[in-house]
Design a protein around this ligand. Structure first.
Ligand code: ADP
Length: 691
């Protein structure tokens, strides 16, 4: 059989493409270096032809020892070849090996060449043209290196631009809003009467960028106001001193003042001035400094994003563009700082959380996960993602590597409930591949990292167990008195001595008690099933066509009473399924009963079977009232009953029938579906895996 190999995980495809791209660009860069070296060598060659290099050349030749010799130079062709090939050789060396590693070789080469020049001229009377060759070589080195730097500079500018653009997209909240919310945060801790964020305008004057005024503070808005001017100069002092400065309340002035410079990296961006109602308490200093640092980062980001990035091929030579790049790098460092906060936030989660890079290294593990894995922080430093998952090895999770591979290959999350009997703990483990929401190639989102979460389900499981134990206990306890009520009511109904007018009451008691018994039985059946493990259901080969035939025969009378046509449509050659006969019979019965109950008179209910790829489907279709779209997904919930206009709730209805159907079908490895349209009818179906 032709079995094509599974596709490689998609992140391998990216590295392959990058490799192909890089080998292409290598040959391109060699051709460019060749061209540039020739272009750099040619002017030197031209200068030499014009004789401009003659005086310099004298320094590297010695007149021949033999007075009969005259100094000869190589022929024009040979000379041109020597000059240009030196340029190409030096240029290519720098392009391939980089400037720094090639400098020692180039230096040594030129030194040897200069010695040869001196010796050859002295003893053989030949000028080897050292100066033009060295000049051509050096100018090629210079041009190739300058071109390399220019390319890097373009890439750097483009990269900075893209970071700035991405940040601008990400920071949807307007900067002013961010500044205001920073001030409000301060107001929750300090007793602020007025707080202002000052920035410098183009004339280096302090102007307000955001201001929070409490309702009771006075009108301090104009720059003519002396209090305002005092605040500005106080802020200026803080900026000059580079520190937080305080002025406590005194006899002259009753408002305590605090001002501190807003600084990010080595950039001074403005000042924060706060007028307090009470003297500043030193306990609040760390918080104030932290909020000021965040405000400074926001200002820096704003400044960088507002100064539109200069583009074009000559940014290399522009000091303004270099300044912008520097500011972008400040912004970047601010973003890195804020990024760390996200990881810190994970520590607060009650779930265990870990993030792993796609090389398996753990980027972050919170303390809850360390606790669940039973490893210390120091031990965790030596673990990779497999080592960490190994700590959760158990019967239900014996091959962590396979789980990780599946997640990487399919992109689907892996979820398991792990039970550790030695420590009586149940953990919900989830391993998922986080993908980039913005970047997708060929419809596949770019994978970013692995996320592992572990939730302690022990208490919930215990609670569920307790609830279901209580429910079944209660139901059993209710059944005993009900049996007595039923029995005695039947006796009374049959008793001739009971007067006729009381008989009616006895019949009501009898009917209601029976209804209560039926409800309790269904309820018990559902809770009982929920507690059963999948393996516990007794499965024997069962022909679904037989089950359908029996049920249709049994319910024919009920259908006829409502003048409903109940039809069976079995498919040919239906293979058996492995199932518990009584449970599946009850499932089909519930569906057909519902179809009859929720259909008007003179309609048809069809029960059919069909063979699908790996399963047998049973379908119950009616032309009844249908289910409104908002309720369709909820009908499987326990106790859920659809309310229909103009219909009273059916007394017999418990809202348990369909939840029983789903529970049974899923325990048999099948699934349930429903399609319905109000006024036109419903189609309930379920599948069971074929044998
Ligand atoms: P019940 O035992 O009360 O019928 P079920 O769980 O079987 O409870 O059904 C839940 C709800 O789904 C019912 O209240 C009913 O309104 C709706 N329902 C079930 N089957 C059908 C159907 N064939 N047509 C319309 N509504 C239905």
């Amino acid at each position: 059989m032709d079995k094509s190999p599974p596709p490689p995980p998609y992140f391998f495809q990216y590295s392959l493409k990058t490799h192909l791209k890089s080998s292409n660009s290598l040959s391109r860069s060699i051709i460019i270096a060749l061209g540039l070296s020739l272009a750099a060598g040619l002017p030197v060659w031209a200068l030499w032809i014009q004789g401009f290099l003659g005086p310099l050349q004298q320094a590297f030749v010695v007149l021949p020892a033999d007075p009969g010799f005259i100094l000869v130079t190589p022929q024009l062709r040979l000379a041109s070849f020597l000059i240009l090939s030196t340029a190409v050789g030096a240029g290519l060396l720098v392009a391939r090996a980089g400037a720094r590693p090639s400098f020692p070789y180039l230096g040594a080469g030129f030194l040897i060449l200069s010695l040869i020049s001196l010796l050859v001229s002295r003893f053989l009377g030949i000028d080897i043209l050292f100066v033009p060759m060295a000049c051509a070589g050096m100018s090629a080195v210079f041009v190739v290196q300058a071109h390399h730097l220019w390319r890097l500079d373009l890439a750097l500018t483009a990269q900075m631009n893209s970071i700035a653009t991405k940040t601008a997209q990400a920071s949807e909240t307007a900067s002013k809003q961010r500044l205001m919310s920073g001030l409000k945060l301060l107001d929750t801790v300090l007793d602020v009467s007025d707080a202002v964020v000052f920035v410098r305008d183009e004339n280096y004057h302090l102007v307000p960028a955001a201001r929070l005024q409490s309702a009771t503070s006075g009108p301090l808005t104009t720059s003519r106001n002396s209090t305002w001017r005092e605040g500005v100069s106080f802020s200026q002092r803080a900026m000059d001193s580079g520190q937080l400065i305080l002025r406590e309340a005194n006899d002259h002035d009753s408002t305590p003042l605090v001002a501190l410079p807003l600084r990010h990296e080595d950039r001074l961006l403005g000042a924060l001035l706060i007028r307090l109602r009470e003297n500043f308490s030193e306990v609040d200093r760390p918080l104030l400094l932290a909020v000021a640092a965040q405000i400074a980062r926001n200002l820096q980001r704003e400044e960088t994003l507002n100064g539109s990035m200069r583009r074009g091929p000559f940014t290399y030579l522009s000091a303004g563009a270099a300044q912008q790049r520097l500011e972008s790098s400040y912004m970047l460092s601010g973003l890195l700082t804020e990024e760390r906060f996200g990881a810190q936030g994970l520590s607060e989660s009650s779930d265990g959380l870990a993030v792993a890079y796609l090389d398996g290294t753990l980027a972050h593990v919170n303390s809850q996960l360390l606790g669940a894995a039973q490893v210390t922080e120091v031990e965790a430093l030596k673990l990779d993602v497999f080592g960490l998952l190994d700590c959760f090895r158990c019967d239900m999770f014996d091959e962590p590597a396979i789980a990780v591979r599946r997640v990487l290959q399919t992109g689907d999350a892996y979820e398991r409930e792990l039970h550790f009997s030695d420590r009586s703990q149940t953990l919900g483990l989830r391993i998922s591949l986080r993908t980039d929401l913005l970047k997708a190639r060929g419809g596949v989102r770019e994978p970013l990292c692995l996320a592992i979460s572990v939730r302690d389900l022990t208490q919930r499981k215990e609670y569920e167990q307790l609830k279901s134990d209580m429910v079944s206990l209660m139901s059993h306890e209710l059944r005993t008195p009900l049996t007595s009520i039923n029995g005695f009511a039947e006796l009374l109904a049959a008793d001739e001595a009971v007067p006729e007018h009381l008989k009616e009451f006895v019949t009501i008691i009898n009917n209601e008690a029976q209804r209560l018994s039926r409800m309790i039985n269904t309820f018990l059946a559902v809770t009982h099933l929920e507690r059963k493990d999948k393996q516990e259901v007794l499965k024997i080969p069962l022909k679904l066509n037989d089950v359908v035939r029996d049920i249709v025969a049994t319910l024919q009378t009920t259908a006829r009473k409502k003048r409903i046509r109940l039809v069976e449509q079995p498919a040919d050659r239906i293979p058996p399924v492995a199932a518990d006969r009584s449970l599946i019979t009850q499932v089909v019965k519930n569906l057909v009963n519902n179809a009859i109950t929720y259909s008007p008179e003179r309609t048809t209910v069809t029960v059919s079977t069909a063979l699908e790829a790996e399963a047998v489907r049973v379908c119950v279709e009616d032309r009844g009232y249908g289910i409104p779209p908002e309720s369709v997904d909820r009908v499987w919930e326990k106790f859920y009953r659809v309310e229909r206009e103009g219909h009273d709730k059916d007394e017999e209805s418990t809202g348990l029938g369909l939840s029983f159907v789903r529970e049974v079908v899923e325990q048999h490895g099948g699934n349930v579906t429903v399609e319905s349209e109000p006024g036109r009818g419903s189609k309930f179906s379920f599948t069971l895996p074929r044998l």
